[in-house]
Design a protein around this ligand. Structure first.
Ligand SMILES: NC(=O)C1=CN([C@@H]2O[C@H](COP(=O)(O)OP(=O)(O)OC[C@H]3O[C@@H](n4cnc5c(N)ncnc54)[C@H](O)[C@@H]3O)[C@@H](O)[C@H]2O)C=CC1
Ligand SMILES: O=C(O)C(=O)COP(=O)(O)O
Length: 569
C-alpha cells in the first residue's frame, strides 16, 4: 500500500533550517497543532520499515505509537534525530539503548492513557465473565442463545493483579468498586498505597494463583516478565479462572495459554495485546484471537478520544521543548529535571559549556595537555551551590570539553557514557564558603593533571543572562566568552597593544574588544625570576573572523610575546 502523506505544514523558516518531524502513526491533532507553527510536521501513515529508514535522515523528531518499530537501523539512519516521542506508555517498540548512545532523547506519556487502559481491562473482565463477545456474535448471526451463555458474577470474586503500578492501581480501585477482593504481587509497590486502596499485597505469584477467579498482569514487558505465566502457572489456577492482558503480549506464554484454554485448565481470557500485532493466523497469538473462550481486542487499551488527546499533548509539548533546546518532563533515557530548576540553571549550562570549550582549546594548546584521561572538578558557589540537580551542567562540561575533538553529539542523555569513553572524570563540589560570594552565582572549573603540568583554573559567572569569564588560570579578567578570540600571553610592557593592533590591522582584521588581564596577587608574588616577577599579562582580543597561521605567526614574533592561542567559542 502506498503511504498516505499529509503535510500538516510545509512552510520554511526565514533563513532555512526549520526542524522536521515525522509522524508515521495516527496521533491526535490536539498536540500536532502545537507543533505546526514551529516545525514541518509530516504525517505519513503506512510507511514500511524500509521506507521509514529511507525517510528518517532528514527528520529531527519522530512521534510514534506502538506500531512503528524504532529499531537500531532506524536510529542510525536518523542522523539529525534529536527526539523520539512515544505517544503512550510502553517503549518496548523503541531501541532505547541505541537512542541513548546516539544522544537521542526518548520521551513518553507516562500517565495520559492509564485510565483508558484500566477501563479497558475492566471491560474485558466483565466481557469474559458474561460472554459478551460470543453473545453479540451469535445474535448478529441470527441466533438467540441464552442457556449456553450463562456467565458468572464478579462481585465478591478474587482479582489477582500482577504489577500494581499506574494501570494496575486504577484497575484495583475499579475492581473494589465492583465489590471484588483484590490481591496483588509487585515487589516494588508502595505498601501504604496498596493498603489504602484495600489491596492485599503478597510476595509471591505462586501464592495467589490457586485462589484468584481473575488474573490480570500490568507489568511492562521485560526479561523478568516475559512468560511470567506459563503452563505450570496455568495448571495451578482454578478451572473457572479467567486471565486478562492489557499490558503486553508475552507476559503470558501464548502457546501455554492456548493449551490452558483447550485443555480446560482455565475458563477464559480477555486479551488486548499479542506478541506480534496483528497476530499471524497460524501463530499461537492468532489462535488466541480466534479462540471461542477469548474476548479479543486489537490493542485498544489506549484508544479513547480522551487518552489520545492527553498523550498527544503530552508528547508534543516535550518535542517542542526539546527541539528548542529545553528539557522534557518525562524522558525515558534522561534524568528528570523540573522546569523551574531548568530555568535557573540554563544560563550556567551555556557558561559551563563555554568553559569546557575554552579549556580544551586554550590549555590543551598552551600547555600541550590532554582532555581525555583528565580529572576535572566543577565547583558551584553562591546560589548555585544549593542546586540539587546539576546534571545539565555536568553534561554541558562534557559537551564543551569534547566539542573540539569529537563529532559526538553530547547531551544530558549520553554525557556520562561519553565522558567514560573519553576517560574524562568529573567531580562536582557544592561550595558553601562565605568568601565565595563576590558574585551571586559563580562556577569554577579546575583541571587536575596527573602529568605534572599542574592545575588549571577557569572561573565564570552569569549576570542578567550574560556570561562572563572572571579568571583564566593565574589571570583575573572579565570578558564574554563568544566568537573568535585570541589569547596572547606576554610581558606587561608598554607598546604591546600597538604592536598587536598593527599585525591584525595589516591583515584587515577588526578587533571587537580587547582586554588586558593581570596576574592575580598570589601569582605576582610567586612568579619566577625568569618571567620578570609580576610582569606578565594576558591580552584577550575578540576579533571579527578566524585568522590563519600566518597572522598567528606574526603575533608570536611580536616583541615580548610568550604565547598566542586562537579560540573559537
Ligand atoms: N494495551 C494498551 O493499550 C496499553 C498498555 N499499557 C501497558 O501497560 C503496562 C503497565 O503500564 P503502567 O501501569 O503505566 O506501568 P507502571 O510502570 O506504572 O507499572 C508497572 C508495574 O509493574 C511492576 N513490576 C515490574 N516487574 C514486575 C514483576 N516481575 N512482578 C510484579 N510486578 C512487577 C512495577 O513495579 C510497576 O509497579 C505497560 O506494559 C504498558 O505498556 C499501558 C497503556 C495502554
Ligand atoms: O501506551 C501503551 O503502552 C500502549 O500500549 C498504547 O499503544 P497505542 O498507542 O494505542 O498503540
Amino acid at each position: 500500500m502506498a503511504p498516505m502523506a499529509t503535510s500538516v505544514s510545509t512552510t520554511n523558516n526565514v533563513g532555512g533550517i526549520r526542524p522536521r518531524i515525522l509522524i508515521p502513526e495516527k496521533i491526535s491533532p490536539d498536540g500536532l497543532a502545537m507543533l505546526e507553527p514551529h516545525f514541518d510536521v509530516d504525517v505519513k501513515l503506512g510507511l514500511t520499515h524500509d521506507e521509514l529508514i529511507a525517510q528518517i535522515p532528514s527528520y529531527h523528531g519522530l512521534i510514534v505509537r506502538s506500531e512503528t518499530k524504532v529499531t537500531e537501523e532506524v536510529l542510525l539512519a536518523g542522523r539529525k534525530l534529536r527526539v523520539v516521542a512515544r505517544a503512550g506508555v510502553g517503549v518496548d517498540n523503541i531501541n532505547v539503548p541505541t537512542a541513548t548512545s546516539r544522544g537521542i532523547i526518548v520521551v513518553n506519556s507516562p500517565s495520559g492513557n492509564i485510565l483508558a487502559a484500566a477501563e479497558h481491562t475492566v471491560a474485558l473482565l466483565l466481557a469474559t465473565a458474561r460472554n459478551i463477545g460470543r453473545a453479540d456474535g451469535s445474535l448478529k448471526q441470527g441466533g438467540w442463545e441464552r442457556s449456553k451463555l450463562v456467565g458468572i458474577e464478579v462481585g465478591r470474586k478474587v482479582l489477582g493483579i500482577v504489577g500494581l503500578g499506574k494501570v494496575g492501581m486504577n484497575v484495583a480501585r475499579m475492581a473494589k468498586g465492583l465489590g471484588m477482593k483484590v490481591v496483588a504481587v509487585d515487589p516494588y509497590a508502595n505498601p501504604d498505597m496498596a493498603r489504602q486502596a484495600g489491596v492485599d499485597l503478597v510476595s509471591d505469584l505462586k501464592e495467589i494463583l490457586p485462589i484468584v477467579d481473575f488474573l490480570t498482569i500490568h507489568t511492562p514487558l521485560l526479561a523478568t516478565t516475559l512468560d511470567l505465566v506459563g503452563e505450570a502457572e496455568f495448571k495451578s489456577m482454578k478451572k473457572t479462572a479467567r486471565v486478562l492482558n492489557v499490558a503486553r503480549g508475552g507476559v503470558y506464554n501464548e502457546a501455554a495459554l492456548v493449551k490452558a484454554l483447550d485443555e480446560g485448565w482455565i475458563a477464559g481470557a480477555g486479551i488486548d495485546v499479542f506478541t506480534s500485532e496483528p497476530p499471524k493466523a497460524d501463530s499461537a497469538a492468532g489462535q488466541i484471537a480466534r479462540h471461542p473462550n477469548v474476548v479479543a481486542t486489537p490493542h485498544l487499551g489506549a484508544s479513547t478520544v480522551e487518552a489520545q488527546e492527553n498523550v498527544s499533548i503530552d508528547v508534543c509539548t516535550q518535542v517542542l521543548e526539546i527541539l528548542r533546546g529545553g528539557l522534557p518532563t518525562s524522558a525515558v533515557n534522561a534524568p528528570i529535571i523540573l522546569p523551574e530548576e531548568y530555568r535557573k540553571v540554563q544560563p550556567f549550562v551555556q557558561l559551563v559549556e563555554k568553559m569546557g570549550r575554552l579549556y580544551s582549546q586554550h590549555f590543551v594548546r598552551t600547555k600541550g595537555g590532554l582532555v581525555g584521561g583528565r580529572k576535572f572538578e566543577l565547583i558551584y558557589h553562591g546560589d548555585l551551590a544549593g542546586m540539587s540537580n546539576t546534571k545539565p551542567l555536568y553534561a554541558a562540561l562534557v559537551k564543551g570539553l569534547v566539542a573540539s575533538f569529537s563529532e559526538s553529539h553530547v547531551n544530558i542523555v549520553n554525557a556520562t557514557m561519553i565522558a567514560k569513553e573519553k576517560g574524562i572524570i568529573i567531580s562536582e563540589t557544592h561550595s558553601h564558603q562565605p568568601g565565595d560570594l563576590s558574585y551571586a552565582n559563580l562556577v569554577t572549573l579546575k583541571a587536575h593533571a596527573d602529568d605534572g603540568s599542574g592545575e588549571q583554573v577557569i572561573q565564570g559567572y552569569a549576570s542578567d543572562k550574560r556570561l562572563y569569564i572572571s579568571k583564566l588560570d593565574r589571570f583575573n579578567a572579565t570578558f564574554t566568552p563568544e566568537g573568535t578570540m585570541i589569547f596572547l600571553h606576554n610581558y606587561d610592557e608598554p607598546g604591546k597593544i600597538g604592536g598587536v593592533g598593527m599585525v591584525l590591522g595589516s591583515h584587515g582584521i577588526n578587533i571587537r574588544f580587547m582586554q588586558v588581564a593581570s596576574l592575580d596577587e598570589e601569582s605576582k608574588q610567586g612568579a619566577p625570576d625568569a618571567v620578570k616577577p609580576g610582569n606578565e599579562a594576558l591580552m584577550i582580543l575578540g576579533i571579527d573572523r578566524p585568522v590563519d597561521e600566518e597572522v598567528m605567526e606574526g603575533l608570536r614574533r611580536s616583541e615580548g610575546v610568550l604565547d598566542v592561542v586562537l579560540v573559537q567559542l
